[in-house]
Design a protein around this ligand. Structure first.
Ligand SMILES: *[C@@H]1O[C@H](CO)[C@@H](O)[C@H](O)[C@H]1NC(C)=O
Ligand SMILES: *[C@@H]1O[C@H](CO)[C@@H](O)[C@H](O)[C@H]1NC(C)=O
Length: 209
């Protein structure tokens, strides 16, 4: 724009500011689409099983009541003997786009949750836990960290990392798994790059969507 804007009002300036803040979060034109394990692009708002490739015999992600929780609020990897795909997760971006691309800010939420759990069953990160920062349901009640989840590529095709970025510090960490004495595989925020889990996405059947 070469001409000055003499009639600019504070509100247009604010709008321009918000617009630029908004667009700076948008994926760059070259950002790659995230695909499920069949190679199909992940739909914004679609439901998928998230399968960590961490110990072949373990399954997908679900909720567990850990420590003193009377309702399952903790996001864990299933340890059932047979392969269990876990609960479907709704992957959605606040932007009005059809497909999810790498690095886009996301809400992750279970498609359904136990009736005792707070709604919406969105994932959140809680700090100050014995295991550090853990992934729980929104409404857990203790110190949640405001921020966004993102999906980042791994070095392998169709395989990705889950990342959480804190809103205040802009610091991002990979989601990993911490196994406790009781053998519970909790999802936690890791500190070192490369400590996170590698996952694949499997489209949930329309019945559970
Ligand atoms: C669980 O224990 C923590 C302290 O470890 C406490 O802050 C929290 O309120 C307890 N929650 C319930 C539901 O008792
Ligand atoms: C929860 O996630 C949904 C998308 O699944 C989103 O529309 C909603 O804004 C989220 N709610 C909160 C409080 O983050």
């Amino acid at each position: 724009m070469k001409s000055s804007i003499p009639t600019t009002t504070t509100s247009t300036l604010l709008t321009l500011f918000l617009l630029s803040a908004f667009t700076s979060h948008l994926p760059s034109a070259g950002a790659d689409a995230v695909t499920d394990r069949d190679g199909a692009a992940i739909r914004n708002g679609g439901t998928y099983h998230i399968l960590p490739l961490f110990g072949v015999k373990n399954g997908g992600l679900e909720l567990a009541a850990t420590r003193n929780e009377t309702c399952p609020l903790t996001v864990v990897q299933s340890r059932t003997a047979q392969i269990f795909r876990g609960l479907p997760v709704r992957i959605s971006s606040p932007y009005r786009i059809a497909y999810i691309s790498e690095g886009l800010i996301l809400n992750l939420a279970f498609a359904s949750s136990p009736s005792c759990a707070p709604t919406p069953p969105n994932w959140t990160v809680v700090k100050g836990l014995p295991e550090g920062q853990g992934v729980k349901l929104l409404g857990y009640g203790r110190s949640t960290v405001s921020g966004w989840f993102k999906i980042e590529k791994s070095s392998l095709e169709y395989l990705y990392k889950l990342v959480f970025c804190a809103r205040a510090s802009k610091a991002c960490g990979e989601i990993g798994i911490s196994v406790d004495d009781e053998g519970i595989n909790r999802l936690v925020l890791t500190e070192e790059e490369g400590d996170g889990i590698i996952v694949e996405f499997m489209k949930a059947s329309s019945v559970s969507a």
